[in-house]
Write a protein that binds this ligand. Sequence first.
Ligand code: GRF
Length: 202
Amino acid sequence: KRVAVFISGSGSNMVRLAEAAQADDFPAKIVAVIADKPDAKGLDKARAHGIPAYALARKDHDSKSAHEQAMLDVLADVRPDFICLAGFMRLLSADFIRAYEGRIINIHPSLLPLFPGLNTHQRAIDAGMRIAGCTVHFVTEGMDEGPIIGQAAVPVQPGDDAAALAARILTVEHRLYPAALRRLAAGDVRMENGQAVFAENA
Ligand code: GRF
């Protein structure tokens, strides 16, 4: 299967997906990385892995739909089966999502449905959570509310600040996302009628 990864920043999750996809038995190949920020550090990391990387800056387009059309034009060439959002800090329109219905996934740094949106680590600490974590989910029109594919949890330690918790969660993100993409590309999970459906023996 062909996978495009969308990033906005460091791209550490994208790197882990690219590394996992190098395994012979991995059912997907990362065929493109698209960043909405031209200075995204992940662009050079993608190129270092031999992956075509496209900087499609939002500011180069006079509207959200023109920017999305630029991304769709690249995707028309790249022909991905799936799109992985990895540290991608932009909401995609309903039209864009419909064009790739059930084929876009995202990693969010909280145990959804808790803490959708931003500043998830500080909010978990402020709420007194004793565990926190991350979620890989199908992308639907609402923000961070699509059907869940997988989750990973870590303890919140006394004295944690947001940075310490973020770092602890990032280590499990880097294991969860490749595992989730493997299952998606292998057909062990798919989205049907807005629900995640798992193959019985997966
Ligand atoms: C990660 O916490 C991820 O969960 C969130 O963006 C952060 C940075 O990701 N979506 P990356 O290092 O750019 O992959």
